[in-house]
Design a protein around this ligand. Structure first.
Ligand SMILES: Nc1ncnc2c1ncn2[C@@H]1O[C@H](COP(=O)(O)OC(=O)[C@@H](N)CCS)[C@@H](O)[C@H]1O
Length: 990
């Protein structure tokens, strides 16, 4: 037998001790990931028994080496080992591998040691008076703590029971021999935990907690039900739905309409946006499809309003150009994240204008619109009314008077501000003092709609998430007042009322109308979803974070109630709290945090991001993204728990049964296991139905844990070498585990669709075979008798702490600061620089008068501005980086690359970034050609343009015929439209 290890791996110590206690000889071999020993997950230590049998879970390996170490006979030892592997070990590892561990990390470890110490206060060993595998596992794991001088002293003093037990074990011969082998390995003496094979680190939350949870066994009724469902459950699934591109409501089915908040195009979406809306809605939509509900999932970009205008000014583009640019970026990011919208649209469409205007006029005709004069700030220099975020000045609140307060809120005292009350206001764009000017605006009369709205809320809020209820209740603490729904802006839906021609709707009036107009872009019959006939059971689910709640529970429902045309109102509003970034906050406008494109650049698969974001979804309070925890969740949950179980089960089936799922002859113990699994499946469904996606995920992972425990306690590798009866039991164990893998594959599809697709291939089933019955959720036989599986492959790989440290450093600061450091200065604007560094400077100046403190930041700002000016000059000189000829060649080369990639793989995630590059190049080319054309416009003839239009029209037709992917042909359509415009212009001139 061989143990493959890397240096300082305490899990290897476990194996050596177990082997010594059992008197078994093992050979210790050094390994690295370049070696050819990893048939399963790439994790160390790896115990190789023979060609067919290897263990990559150290506890499983230790138990194989010395099976009698589980003396408890009641599974306690397994539970304790599970706790050691998923809670204690990660906490130890996190503290030892972090230079200056946070108090949260230390606290997590401390609580775990308290637990161990308490157990040892009443018993000689962890589980009683006899040594067990739990002692070996825990001892090996806490051992390195005593190599750290500070920790050793503290822990010896504080945990006297651990100290006593630890010394006693250390003096045992088997352990001393193991230590000699371990320390004497060619890697030399012990150093702090190293990355490679150090076992896994689960969540910090998981690192704290009681190791042995009391689980009551299943009742006779639960066992009966489990048996019945196991035998008959498959036949009770609903017939599968027909797969259509855009489904319409169907009679006799649950019709589920799902919307995700529509992200602004003011930047690339960050991880907070992603879990706050699109990903949560996607997980839920995939769950609904798993349940065979007729499901439509709609989303798109929210393109109007000051967020877009601000970004346009920052980037020196028009709002329309910003929308086009960021729509593509959002689209690409969401595709990479595997967000399966039924349709992803945008709000700057003619449908949006038509529906918004129509709805508004109906609201007005029904008597719920009034007008009022509002004081506003006008910058005469820029010739525009200033939205709140375009003004700053001195805070009007007595005692504060901070001179850099924003138009909506003061950063120093935190109070809300009405922009016209700012003392000495100045335009943020040009610095001029604006004047106050009265302007007439239209208001929705929320006060009149209030009684109906309150009674609707009272009958629905019970189905909303806690954050949704809390925000809505806070709004209803005071009587509702009329709210302005128009603005003096240019970029938005025009107000269709005489006298208001120069105004647009407030973005929050028309954003939720975007759900309807985007559906209309998907299907002309959109009203079947949004104004359903009574006989169709349509339920609307909406996903967003807490800041969006007032608009979805007050403003929009009030609008629909006022219109009174039978629109469907939200039934389940699943709002989250906020996701924060490490110690701070995500910010799209300031560019702080990890953004969708960054996630893509890390090389970490999108499924890992999805899984991690779902597992920290801020459901009950704000939560934080942490790089360490990302590694922890991947390594402990995906790799060690789930990956381990799936790979072991399928490998046994492949190696010992030639891939044919063995016949299952369930015993009472098997039905008990099924009943326990059924509890988890039921809890999964219950949580999903309430929009508690994070909690639902926990229950799936518990199924995998139960599977691992089952494998451990059944020990099929022993049974398969035993009597006929033993072999039948061994075969049953493998069969049950393979069926459990199929169940896991079904339940996890909403979270990790990519990995589940691979797992389905390994299982040899298609998605349609893995559905669930939400009315009777249970473990059923997904794999038919005699089914042959495919080739087992590891699903996940380990994330190394080193790599995560590098990523943490790489994504520190703001996007602007990062761009400056990386020398990617082109997209950086003065406004962005000011946002990044200026805020910091202002904060520092406000907090101290000490110039020595803030001067370095000011210097940094100046340096960055210089860099910017230089970069801009370079851009101008190089005229978009090349001639038309250069760009044409680049487009041709890139096109070739894309064609080759597409031919080599169907995996869109592989070729999509290259397609995006190609589109970008084409855009640059089109713009350069347009510049050239503009320059030669004088010499341009109608005939030439007509010819160009005909050639371009042909190109568009061919492209449209070859693909439905709008992102491919849209740039060419834009070129065509541009040509047509020029022709029209020329014809008018002539
Ligand atoms: N830090 C955050 N954590 C979770 N969810 C967040 C966070 N910050 C924002 N959000 C949610 O993301 C979406 C999109 O936000 P965005 O600002 O791009 O757009 C809007 O809020 C509106 N365009 C929505 C119109 S329907 C949103 O749900 C935020 O709540």
């Amino acid at each position: 037998m061989k143990i493959y290890t890397n240096e300082n791996n305490t899990a290897t110590l476990k194996l050596l001790i177990a082997a010594n206690l059992a008197g078994k000889k093992v050979e210790l071999k050094n390994a690295s990931f370049g070696d050819d020993v990893f048939a399963g997950p790439r994790t160390l230590p790896l115990l190789e028994v023979d060609e067919e049998l290897s263990f990559f879970s150290s506890n499983a390996a230790a138990e194989y080496l010395f099976p009698v170490l589980d003396l408890s006979g009641n599974g306690q030892c397994h539970q304790m080992q599970e706790w050691e592997a998923t809670r204690l070990q990660p906490a130890v590892s996190a503290v030892l591998s972090t230079k200056s561990p946070s108090s949260e990390l230390k606290q997590a470890l401390h609580s775990n040691l308290v637990t161990v110490d308490k157990l040892l206060a009443t018993h000689k060993y962890i589980l009683g008076d006899k040594l067990s595998a739990a002692d070996i596992s825990i001892w090996s794991t806490v051992y390195p703590l005593y190599f750290n001088a500070d920790l050793k002293e503290q822990y010896t003093r504080e945990f006297t029971n651990i100290a006593r037990w630890s010394q006693e074990l250390a003096s045992a011969k088997a352990i001393q021999d193991a230590l000699n082998q371990w320390n004497g390995s060619p890697n030399g003496p012990f150093a702090p935990l190293c990355a490679l094979g150090a076992p896994q680190i689960p969540s910090l939350a998981a690192a704290v907690g009681s190791p042995v949870e009391e689980v009551t066994g299943p009742s006779p009724e639960e066992i009966e039900t489990a048996k019945d469902n196991w035998l008959n459950g498959l036949g009770r699934l609903q017939p599968p739905l027909k797969q259509e591109k855009i489904v319409l409501p169907v009679k006799g089915r649950k019709n589920v309409l799902i919307t995700s908040a529509l992200p602004y195009v003011n930047n690339v979406p960050h991880l907070g946006n992603i879990i706050g809306c699109v990903l949560s809605a996607d997980i839920f939509a995939r769950y609904c499809r798993l349940c065979d509900h007729n499901t439509l999932y709609i989303c798109g970009t929210d393109e109007y309003g000051t967020a877009t205008e601000t970004k346009a000014i920052e980037e020196g583009l028009t709002p329309k150009q910003i929308c086009d640019k960021y729509f593509e970026i959002h689209n690409t990011v969401y595709r990479w994240f595997n967000i399966g919208f039924d349709y992803f649209g945008r709000t700057s469409t003619k449908e949006q204008t038509e529906i918004s205007q129509k709805m508004f006029l109906k609201l007005r005709d029904n008597g719920f619109v009034g007008s009022q004069s509002v004081d506003q700030l006008l910058c005469e220099n820029c010739n525009r009314f200033l939205a709140d975020r375009f003004v700053e000045g001195t805070c009007p609140h007595p005692g504060c008077q901070y001179d850099n307060a924003r138009g909506d809120q003061c950063d120093r005292c935190g109070k809300l501000i009405n922009a016209v009350e700012l003392v000495a206001p100045r335009c943020k764009l040009c610095g001029h003092a604006p004047t106050v000017l009265a302007s007439e605006q239209l208001f929705i009369q929320l006060d009149q709609l209030e009684p109906s709205l309150r009674s609707w809320i009272a009958s629905h809020e019970g189905l909303w998430s806690p954050a949704a209820r809390a925000v809505c209740r806070a709004w209803l603490r005071e009587p509702l007042r009329p709210r302005a729904v128009t603005r003096d802006l240019k970029w938005g839906v025009p107000v269709p009322v005489p006298g208001y021609e120069n105004k647009v709707f407030y973005v929050w009036f028309d954003a939720p109308i975007g759900y309807l107009s985007i559906t209309q872009n998907a299907t002309k019959q959109y009203e079947k979803w949004w104004k359903p006939d009574k006989e169709f059971d349509v339920t609307l689910y909406q996903f967003m974070a807490k800041d969006n709640v007032p608009f979805h529970t007050i403003m929009f429902p009030a609008t629909l109630i006022g219109i009174n045309e039978g629109h469907v109102l939200v039934k389940h509003l699943f709002a989250t709290e906020y996701l924060n970034y490490e110690e701070g906050k995500f910010s799209k406008s300031r560019g702080v945090g990890v953004f969708g494109t960054d996630a893509q650049d890390t090389g970490i698969p999108s499924d890992v991001w999805r899984f991690y974001l779902a597992s920290i979804r801020p459901e009950t309070s704000d939560s934080s993204f942490s790089w360490t925890e990302l590694g922890t969740r991947n390594n402990s949950e995906l790799l060690n728990n789930l990956g381990n179980f799936c790979h072991r089960s399928l490998s046994f089936c492949a190696n010992s049964f030639k891939g044919k799922v063995p016949e299952i002859k369930p015993t009472d113990a098997d039905y008990e296991l099924m009943a326990l699994i059924n509890r988890e499946v039921a809890a999964y469904v219950q949580n999903m139905e309430k929009g508690r996606l994070r909690d639902a995920l926990k229950h799936v992972m518990s199924i995998s844990r139960l599977g691992n425990q089952h494998m451990q306690s059944e020990q099929p590798w022993v049974l398969l070498k035993g009597s006929e009866e033993d072999r039948t039991r061994g075969a049953t164990a493998i069969g049950v585990c393979c069926q459990a893998v199929a169940l896991l594959c079904a339940l996890l599809t909403p979270y990790v669709p990519g990995a589940c697709r691979k797992l389905r291939e390994q299982l040899g089933v298609d998605a349609g075979q893995l559905r669930i019955n939400p009315l009777n959720p249970s473990f059923i036989q997904y794999l038919p008798r005699g089914h042959v599986i495919g080739k087992p492959e590891p699903l996940f790989t380990k994330l190394e702490p080193d790599m995560l440290d590098k990523l943490r450093a790489k994504f520190a600061g703001t996007q602007t600061e990062r761009a400056a450091v990386n020398g990617d200065a082109a997209p950086v604007s003065v406004a962005q620089l000011e946002a990044a560094v200026g805020d910091k400077v202002r904060q520092l100046k406000a907090s101290t008068k000490d110039k020595a403190v803030w001067q370095p930041e000011v210097d940094k700002l100046l340096a960055l501005k210089k860099q910017l000016a230089a970069a801009q000059a370079t851009c101008l000189n190089s005229s978009s980086g090349g001639t038309v000829g250069d760009l044409e060649k680049a487009v041709a080369d890139q096109g070739e690359k894309v064609r080759k990639l597409k031919a080599s793989t169907k995996d869109k995630a592989v070729w999509q970034p290259e397609v995006t590059k190609l589109l970008d190049l084409k855009k640059q080319l089109a713009s350069l050609q347009a510049q050239g054309n503009a320059a030669s416009a004088a010499s341009e003839s109608v005939a030439e343009l007509e010819k160009a239009i005909s050639v371009q029209g042909d190109k568009v037709r061919k492209l449209k015929a070859s693909t439905k992917d709008k992102s491919v042909w849209q740039p060419e359509v834009n070129v065509l439209l541009d040509l047509k415009k020029r022709l029209a212009g020329l014809q008018v001139k002539n």
